[in-house]
Design a protein around this ligand. Structure first.
Ligand code: KIV
Ligand code: ZN
Length: 396
């Protein structure tokens, strides 16, 4: 980075991270964390440094109530929240679950798009406003912090959003979440939405705007970053992007993008980034959802190099082909995959790492054997190399 575009610390703003792995993440088909697993995940999320943990939907079941209560009573380093409809019973149940937390926080949601209001809620826009305002006012009698979400905000009418948001902020909501519930929006559209709300809601400076994107079109990370560019102060998502349908925005991708492209976004999270890999591995194991090997940041191949040209470059200077250093996210080291495209440099490195000394001549001979083996096998293991080396040494 050149001296002219390097940022000074006061130019970087802190973005709050709201993790919903235990709520939206658990909505992923087939995922069902038990009580102990939820406690384990919450404590790892606390270690990762997320600002807010959405621990569940307390009114949805006794099991959810118990786990949200235990997480709120135990976790002290992150604020714990729970989901609620704009229904008094949900809010009161959520209070019973969350009141033991350090900073009790409620997350109220209601659909605001014409599709949701007409076909799901069967409510008029005026009724949705009234229900939201009543719910926020009721919640504020108990909770110090209240977030209100306009479900399907990205398919909602902008002027309706302006009207309802002004009223819920007046009622006491201090975080306004604008979810892309069905993963529909483009980057330009989400930037426009956030800017429009900031500019047209008269009391918008009294609330933090939050972004919550889904990945139906594979754009959840890009859309979350676009919303942050347009002034969102909070980002929501899950670890490994698990969630309903194609999932939620991956928090690890967003946090690392903000770190690596700090020069562009001028924002960062407070996450302890070197806890990312450990958190991802835990979620993958407990959810049963494997992380694809080519997944950004946490996939097994994220720091692996196979072609000879890349391996040679990385061995000379890792920044030739790595924009993220593995240790930044808690991965021990990069990995040179030995295969048909690998070159002599990486091969020599590997045999030395395995403790062998070889003359130039031996090296060339074994490298030739290695190449013919690599034509038949997609990845050459340490055991394969050891077998080649012992054959060579035996024939000496
Ligand atoms: O995607 C969504 O709209 C949600 C809300 C409940 C916030 O998960
Ligand atoms: Zn969601």
């Amino acid at each position: 980075m050149s001296a002219t575009n390097r940022k000074e610390w006061w130019q970087v703003r802190k973005v709050n991270v709201f993790d919903t792995t235990l709520r939206d993440g658990e909505q992923a088909p087939g995922v069902n964390f038990n009580f102990d697993e939820k406690m384990q995940i919450a404590s790892q999320l606390e270690r990762l440094g997320v600002d807010i943990i959405e621990a569940g939907f307390p009114a949805s079941s006794n099991g959810s109530f118990e786990s949200v209560k235990n997480i709120a009573d135990t976790v002290k380093g992150s604020s714990v929240t729970g989901l609620s409809r704009t229904v008094t019973k949900d809010i009161d149940t959520a209070w019973e679950a969350l009141k033991g937390g350090e900073e009790p926080r409620l997350h109220i949601f209601i659909g605001t798009s014409p599709i949701h209001m007409e076909h799901k809620l069967r409510m008029t826009p005026e009724q949705v406003i009234e229900s939201s305002v009543e719910a926020v006012k009721h919640a504020k009698k108990k909770f110090p912090h209240v977030q209100w979400s306009a479900e399907d905000a990205c398919r909602s009418d902008l002027d309706f959003l302006v009207k309802i948001i002004e009223k819920v902020i007046d009622a006491g909501a201090e975080v306004i979440n604008l979810p892309d519930t069905v993963g529909y929006v483009t980057q330009d559209e989400i930037r426009h939405l956030f800017r429009y709300i900031k500019e047209n809601v008269p009391n918008s400076d009294k609330a933090i705007l939050s972004t919550h994107c889904h990945d139906d079109l594979g754009m959840a990370t890009a859309n979350s970053l676009a919303a942050l560019e347009a002034g969102a102060g909070q980002v929501e998502g899950t670890i490994n992007g698990i969630g309903e349908r194609a999932g939620n925005a991956s928090l690890e991708e967003i946090a690392v993008a903000l770190k690596i492209r700090n020069d562009y976004y001028k924002a960062e999270t407070g996450l302890t980034l070197n806890e990312i890999k450990r958190t991802s591995t835990m979620i993958s194991k407990l959810s049963g959802m494997m992380v694809p090997s080519n997944k950004a940041v946490v996939g097994d191949n994220a720091f692996a190099h196979e072609s000879g040209i890349h391996q040679d470059g990385v061995l000379k200077n890792s920044s030739t082909y790595e924009i993220i250093t593995p240790d930044l996210v808690g991965v021990n080291a990069n990995r040179m995959v030995l295969g048909k495209l690998s070159g002599l440099h990486a091969f020599k490195n590997k045999i030395e790492a395995l403790g062998y000394q070889a003359s130039e001549e031996e090296l060339k001979k074994v490298f030739k054997e290695f190449k013919s083996l690599a034509d038949k096998k997609s990845e050459i293991t340490d055991e394969d190399i050891m077998a080649l080396m012992s054959e060579e040494k035996a024939g000496e």
